[in-house]
Write a protein that binds this ligand. Structure first.
Ligand code: NAD
Ligand code: UFG
Length: 347
């Protein structure tokens, strides 16, 4: 069964390719490589022992996406493609509204048109990458899916709008099945060390920054805020191993295909870890000290954010299995084998 992954060469998409292939599906990667490297495909081939089909292009090109859908007749679509840097979205909001919302509209229109013309799907099935950012500054933790949604930056705003758009499409065409997955903080890498997170420039997120300090690419970490009302004063997040997240996508797809019902679920572990706990776990995994300095809070950050993952467990039979130490060990294996990410060259 073919499954189309928009943004399939990116961090989460590439790991989901592995999980899908291992579950017996045939992933088809659609990507324009605006934030990823074609080297990912060679690495996937190495892990899986066979090539993964690539469609290189832009989801904004609706006519081309229609051709891709006709060519591969996927049983389901996983929609990862989009821009994701919060700070950049504040500086360049139109880029985010155009690519994230415009890209989603283009994909949905292509799916609708192929469905109408060919009945290619008995019922179109779509899994969408949403984010815990839709909860804004939550009133309490753990966060359940029925918490109120809000946004604090244009990136988060695009996720809210796309969730609303998907709900409207389902109201207009009840045969569509949509799984909205709200990710918490994906970190780590495939245990092979062949694929992982490879941010452009200075990492915005904690884990890649810390592993780049460990590998000697950056001098020291700035810990943003040490006066939060948390156990050690630093921010607490729900870090989830990217392979657990990838397996959550497979469970979501299987539920859409078998049970035929739409849903929205949190993908998190339900546990919170502080910045300093992550630093210590990476020190242990790498055997290297992580120099850090305490710095002021980062604008827009919340003190604590972690999921109530009950709904995903009950509905999808999925639960995160890997520990913080697994996340750090696998992140370190990837970073130390690929100090310059995919630019390091053939592994
Ligand atoms: P990523 O940047 O590594 O992957 C996104 C991929 O989409 C990239 O390969 C990029 O080249 C591709 N892409 C972007 N615009 C495209 C377009 N117009 N046409 C074709 N391809 C395009 O990001 P990721 O971390 O893998 O995130 C995947 C999705 O999950 C995103 O939608 C992101 O917003 C969401 N998400 C990520 C996180 C996180 O912490 N990584 C958290 C919550 C939600
Ligand atoms: N942090 C530091 N130093 C750094 C980077 C981060 O101390 O150099 C701290 C932050 O202040 C925060 C924690 O580490 O307390 C985690 O920060 P990340 O940037 O890794 O993750 P966020 O929770 O801030 O943001 C992530 C995604 C967003 C998404 C959000 C909610 O990057 O896209 O989760 O899902 F919106």
């Amino acid at each position: 069964m073919n499954i189309l992954l928009t943004g399939g060469a990116g961090y989460i998409g590439s790991h989901t390719c592995v999980a899908l292939a291992q579950a017996g599906f045939h992933p088809v990667v659609l990507d324009n490589f605006s934030n990823s490297s074609p080297e990912v495909l060679a690495r996937l081939e190495k892990i899986l022992g066979r090539p993964v089909v690539l469609e290189r292009g832009d989801i904004l090109d609706t006519a081309w996406v229609e051709q891709v859908l006709r060519r591969h007749a996927p049983a389901g679509v996983m929609h990862f493609a989009g821009d994701k840097a919060v700070g950049e979205s504040v500086a360049q909001p139109l880029k985010y509204f155009h690519n994230n919302i415009g890209g989603s509209i283009s994909l949905l229109r292509a799916m609708a048109s192929v469905h109408a013309a060919q009945g290619a799907w008995t019922t179109p099935a779509l899994v969408f990458s949403s984010s815990a950012t839709v909860y804004g500054d939550p009133a309490s933790v753990p966060i359940t899916e029925d918490f109120p949604r809000s946004h604090t930056n244009p990136y988060g705003h695009t996720k809210l709008v796309i969730e609303d758009m998907l709900a409207a499409v389902q109201r207009s065409a009840p045969d569509w099945r949509v799984g909205v997955l709200r990710y918490f903080n994906p970190v780590g890498a495939h245990p092979s060390g062949l694929i992982g997170e490879d941010p452009n420039g200075i990492p915005n997120n904690l884990m890649p920054y810390v592993t780049q300090v460990a590998v000697g690419r950056r001098e020291r970490l700035s810990v943003y805020g040490s006066d939060y009302p948390t156990r050690d004063g630093t921010g607490v997040r729900d870090y989830i191993h990217v392979m657990d997240l990838a397996e959550g996508h497979v469970a979501a797809l299987q539920h859409l295909l078998q049970a035929g019902e739409s849903f929205t679920v949190n993908l998190g572990t339900g546990l919170g870890n502080s910045v300093l706990e992550v630093v210590r776990a990476v020190e242990q995994a790498s055997g290297r000290p992580i120099p850090y300095q305490l710095a002021p809070r980062r604008a827009g950050d919340v003190a604590e954010c972690y999921a109530d993952p009950t709904r995903a467990r009950e509905l999808l039979g999925w639960k995160a299995r890997r520990s913080l130490q697994d996340m750090c060990t696998d992140a370190w294996r990837w970073q130390s084998a690929n100090p310059d990410g995919y630019r390091t060259g053939a592994a």
